[in-house]
Design a protein around this ligand. Structure first.
Ligand code: NAP
Length: 461
């Protein structure tokens, strides 16, 4: 509903991933003029830089965002980074509404000795690298080991395990970054151990992602049947309280456990009730040679949550590569209240609030920087609806931020920040990448260096 109050007001959305696009769309629907800025010259956030290269269907959602970008009142300014090229105050001087949608770019840490040894990395870095995010271009990963350990039982852990065992031929038809394609083709990793700190019933894998592992061309999934024997608390929880997807996960795992892995094939080994207590290696900072794990048991905490509690039993899994995939966290931004524990901007249902719960009038959040790193792409649509509902309520109630330079079009100012790239610039990059991919039967060959991205954006004129 376009109301008199919102008509023609200016909003800026910081971040052009799914949450930013859904929010921009709904703000347009409310009559706002919407500028979307992004630190990168390319849009789409995790759809471009997070979704695994072998999941092209998931990436097709960008068609929806293309349509949004084509709407009257929408503008894109890529290559403009909050904090580096524009400040929060400068945005508040020019926009009635500022929505932060920049997600959660950093890895959680395990907090165990040896975590920063060569050969031990966070998932965010590895994912950025294989997806050709400019910040990951020059990263290198030890892929010369026989065994890798992936810590965590979420979908990112599955993505990473899959990327490590996919056949180079399977990868070669994707939009994986060329540097990663080359490095993974030369990888000697033959076994990937995926570690869950809790049991199989508590794994956060989605059913399709877990099932997909059955179709790997050159790898089998291996689960020791003993790993699937549930403790009584988990058994009861699974029967009485759990989401159906947890029950299905356990069934799928039982099928994996019942099938014999073939000789000579690569393996993805799922192990449960195991927490790293040390990343082992030579000396204080020598390369990884293994992970010392404590075996856990499940205990029901006072709040009813089934938690992992370490037992006395420890063992070492020898490996040369450790990837921790235990969730992401956002980065604090100057001037914005930050919830250190959860790694997100402090907010109440999307309104940025200080420690006392007082709303920073005009400032809002959507997506992972609002609710933490959970949910699938579509979750962000409802998430944006909720925030835009707050904005609508605030405008209707007169709780409106008045930007001091609000009468001026911020477009020319933004276009002069950083090396701003408009939607046409992105379209030029896109066309170039697709054209490079076509003869190779790939959806695109990504341009991965910032300078090159900017050069291709300029070609559009
Ligand atoms: P996630 O689903 O939250 O999984 C995080 C995992 O890390 C959990 O298994 C968690 O175990 C474990 N963990 C946390 N702290 C740990 C610690 N200190 N030691 C050991 N394990 C620890 O997060 P994610 O995999 O990063 O994915 C983020 C979101 O993106 C999820 O909503 C996911 O579904 C989504 N995603 C979807 C797809 C897809 O649909 N294809 C692909 C990728 C990502 P506990 O449960 O015990 O805390």
């Amino acid at each position: 509903v376009v109301t008199g109050e919102t008509q023609g007001r200016r909003a800026v959305v910081v971040g052009s991933g799914p949450s930013g696009f859904y929010c921009a769309d709904q703000l347009l629907g409310e009559g706002f003029l919407v500028d979307v800025i992004d630190a990168l010259p390319t849009p789409f956030g995790l759809v471009r830089a997070g979704v695994a290269p072998d999941h092209p269907k998931i990436k097709a959602v960008t068609r929806v965002y293309d349509r949004i970008a084509g709407k009257q009142g929408f503008r894109f300014f890529g290559g403009v980074e909050l904090g580096a090229d524009v400040t929060r105050e400068e945005l508040l001087d020019r926009y009635h509404v500022v929505v932060y949608a920049f997600g959660a770019a950093d890895d959680n840490k395990l907090g165990v000795p040896g975590e920063d040894r060569p050969g031990s990395y966070g998932a965010a870095r590895f994912v950025a690298w294989y997806n050709g995010h400019p910040r990951g271009v020059d990263d290198e990963f030890v892929l010369s080991a026989e065994r890798a350990v992936v810590v965590g039982n979420g979908n990112v852990a599955i993505d990473i395990a899959r990327m490590l065992v996919l056949d180079p031929d399977e990868l070669a038809v994707t939009d994986i970054a060329d540097h990663a394609l080359e490095a993974l083709a030369a990888s000697t990793v033959r076994e990937v151990v995926v570690l869950g700190r809790r049991g199989p019933a508590q794994a956060a894998f989605s059913n399709p992602e877990l099932r997909e592992l059955a179709h790997l061309k050159r790898a089998d999934v291996v689960i020791d049947a003993a790993e699937l024997e549930l403790d009584t608390d988990s058994e009861r929880w699974l029967d009485e309280d759990a989401d159906p997807s947890a029950r299905i996960n356990v069934e799928v795992m039982r099928e994996y456990a019942a099938s014999e892995p073939a000789e000579g094939r690569l393996r993805v080994v799922l192990k449960f009730l195991a927490s790293p207590v040390e990343i082992v290696g030579d000396g204080d900072d020598g390369p990884v040679t293994g992970v010392r794990i404590a075996r856990n048991r499940i205990e029901t905490s006072a709040d009813g949550r089934l938690s992992a509690v370490p037992t006395e039993h420890e063992e070492i899994i020898e490996c040369g590569l450790v990837l921790r995939s235990i969730g992401y966290r956002g980065r604090p931004t100057a001037g914005l209240p930050f919830d250190e524990r959860r790694g997100l901007i402090r907010n109440a249902a999307g309104r940025v609030v200080d420690e006392a719960g007082l709303h920073h009038t005009g400032e809002y959040v959507v997506g992972w920087i609002k609710r933490g790193p959970s949910g699938v792409i579509g979750t962000n649509r409802k998430d944006a609806t909720d925030t835009v509902e707050c904005i609508r309520e605030d405008v209707a109630a007169g709780r409106v931020h008045q930007p001091s330079l609000g009468a001026e079009d911020p477009g020319p100012w933004l276009a002069g920040r950083g090396q701003a790239v408009g939607w046409d610039g992105w379209q030029a990059i896109d066309a170039h990448e697709r054209a490079r991919g076509e003869p190779q039967g790939r959806p695109r060959v990504k341009v991965v260096r910032l300078d090159d991205l900017h050069a291709h954006a300029r070609v559009s004129g």
